[in-house]
Design a protein around this ligand. Structure first.
Ligand SMILES: [Zn+2]
Length: 126
């Protein structure tokens, strides 16, 4: 996560109680609210997109989760992995323009499929 005021990064892996503003996580330095350290829709991509393209060019697998795969330039990140010889795994209940290029397309929601992908092998089936 990162601070909405000073921008400092924070490790925060616990569940967040969203029942009130007082229970939301805050910055240790300045006390402002923390937010996920991601780029939300409509925010400037800044250097994040360059880092994403750099990582994608070296990745063996690009995991694409819950996106329509139509908003550029982010939609092109997975194709960088593919052109470099890597594989694309897509998690989306619907087919997307990226689906024909995926080695695996999991037709499920992110909430259901991602925990199964990240869990140690337990015999659970997608
Ligand atoms: Zn802060």
């Amino acid at each position: 996560m990162r601070c909405t005021s000073c921008g400092r990064g924070h490790e925060h892996r616990d569940l967040i109680d969203t029942s009130s503003k007082e229970t939301l996580p805050r910055c240790d330095d300045c006390g402002a609210l923390l937010r996920p350290d991601v780029v939300w829709f409509g925010e400037p991509l800044g250097e994040a997109i360059e880092r994403a393209f750099g990582c994608a060019s070296q990745a063996e697998i690009c995991l694409v989760v819950g996106t329509s795969a139509v908003v550029q330039p982010a939609a092109s990140v997975a194709m960088v992995t593919r052109r470099a010889g890597g594989a694309i795994i897509e998690v989306n209940p619907e087919e997307t323009p990226l689906s024909p290029m995926c080695e695996v397309s999991l037709r499920d929601t992110a909430v259901t499929a991602v925990p199964l992908l990240l869990a140690p092998a337990t015999g659970a089936q997608l």
